[in-house]
Design a protein around this ligand. Structure first.
Ligand SMILES: NC(=O)c1ccc[n+]([C@@H]2O[C@H](COP(=O)([O-])OP(=O)(O)OC[C@H]3O[C@@H](n4cnc5c(N)ncnc54)[C@H](OP(=O)(O)O)[C@@H]3O)[C@@H](O)[C@H]2O)c1
Length: 310
């Protein structure tokens, strides 16, 4: 029986309204967060960037076995087929899963978006997608508005339950909202203790748009060795990765850690059992130093060399 739980001890998130239901999976609970369109998303999911197609099937099957229900892939990851095979093999009822994929930059534009969506769905082997995201705004290409209109069409058709964006800054986010009246349910952006994105998170929340954190563990580039994080972890009898994930959950992010290592897949899933104190949260807040491990959405035009900086 789902129960309502506020993981923040009463503070309101997402522009004033936080509704969290808890689904019991074996002995671990994964909260679900209400999105502005009325659908719900598990707050902790599984990312598969840089995982080759065959390995993506194995890793995703393991993640689904452990209890993850949200899987985050993208057309450009080249592993939608592997994720699709894992879904089919898992035996998990479709309605219990939450599958996200993303439109690649080269496919932006109204008609090309509709075509690219069909290709992704074919690979995933799905009739309906839970969440479709524009992968990067690519502001200089200036096709994100037409792309968003195609997303609205897909949502109206019922083939996508929820639509959102990724790597959108203020100008692009506000433009698509102003010109279409359709507000993204979430904005997936790089967030971790070294890049906390207070301004973007606040902007998202002001539109009732959730913040979903990519590279939430710092993408294997040293964040988890930070002494502040390892000391907090020691105090909780947890790992640095679990502390970082607990931090994301407690500040209201949806989070999608990636691992191909079964012990880490389970370890990350069990981060929901770690509760950080206000003092822990303050220590982590002080770690923000602006380190970006991935591209800057204002300038990144991956796959579109004609719009690149150099
Ligand atoms: N929208 C976007 O533009 C965008 C960009 C980047 C990522 N993403 C999404 O976000 C997801 C996560 O981001 P990410 O893949 O960059 O990085 P991440 O989840 O921050 O970190 C993954 C790295 O950390 C390691 N790791 C995982 N769990 C660990 C643990 N418990 N202890 C120690 N190391 C651990 C993994 O190694 P092993 O796999 O070897 O275990 C891997 O090297 C992606 O998979 C993708 O779905 C989206």
């Amino acid at each position: 029986m789902p129960v309502v739980r506020d993981r923040t001890g009463g503070r309101c998130l997402h522009g004033g309204a936080l509704v969290v239901t808890v689904t019991v999976v074996t002995d671990t609970t994964i909260p679900s967060v209400a999105m502005r369109d009325g659908n719900e998303i598990p707050q902790l999911g599984f990312g598969v960037w840089q995982v080759p197609d065959d390995q993506a099937q194995v890793a995703t099957e393991e993640a689904l076995r452990v209890g993850y229900r949200l899987v985050d892939t993208a057309a450009v990851y080249g592993n939608e087929s592997g994720v699709g095979r894992a879904i089919a093999a898992s035996g998990v009822p479709r309605e219990d899963l939450f599958i996200t994929t993303k439109l690649w930059n080269v496919d932006q534009g109204y008609d090309s978006t509709l075509k690219a969506f069909d290709v992704s769905m074919e690979k995933l082997g799905l009739e309906t997608l839970d969440l479709y995201l524009i992968h990067w705004a690519c502001p200089r290409a200036d096709r994100y508005l037409d792309t968003w209109k195609a997303f609205a069409t897909l949502a109206e058709s019922g083939r996508v339950r929820s639509i959102g964006v990724s790597n959108f800054h203020r100008t692009e986010l506000e433009r698509i909202i102003d010109e279409t009246g359709v507000v993204p349910v979430l904005n997936q952006i790089e967030v971790h203790p070294y890049l906390q994105q207070a301004e973007m998170r606040e902007l998202n929340a002001s539109h009732g748009t959730l913040t979903e954190a990519w590279s939430p563990l710092g993408s294997g580039k040293g964040l988890l060795d930070d002494p502040v994080l390892t000391q907090i972890a020691e105090r909780h009898g947890a790992t640095a990765a679990q502390v970082v994930l607990a931090w994301h959950l407690q500040i209201g992010n949806v989070v999608i850690p990636k691992s191909v290592t079964p012990s880490r897949i389970a370890e990350n899933f069990n981060a929901t059992s770690v509760t950080l104190s206000d003092a822990d949260l303050e220590q982590i807040a002080a770690l923000d130093n602006g380190t970006r491990y991935g591209g800057d959405p204002s300038t990144a035009h991956f796959g579109l060399p004609e719009f690149a900086d150099t």
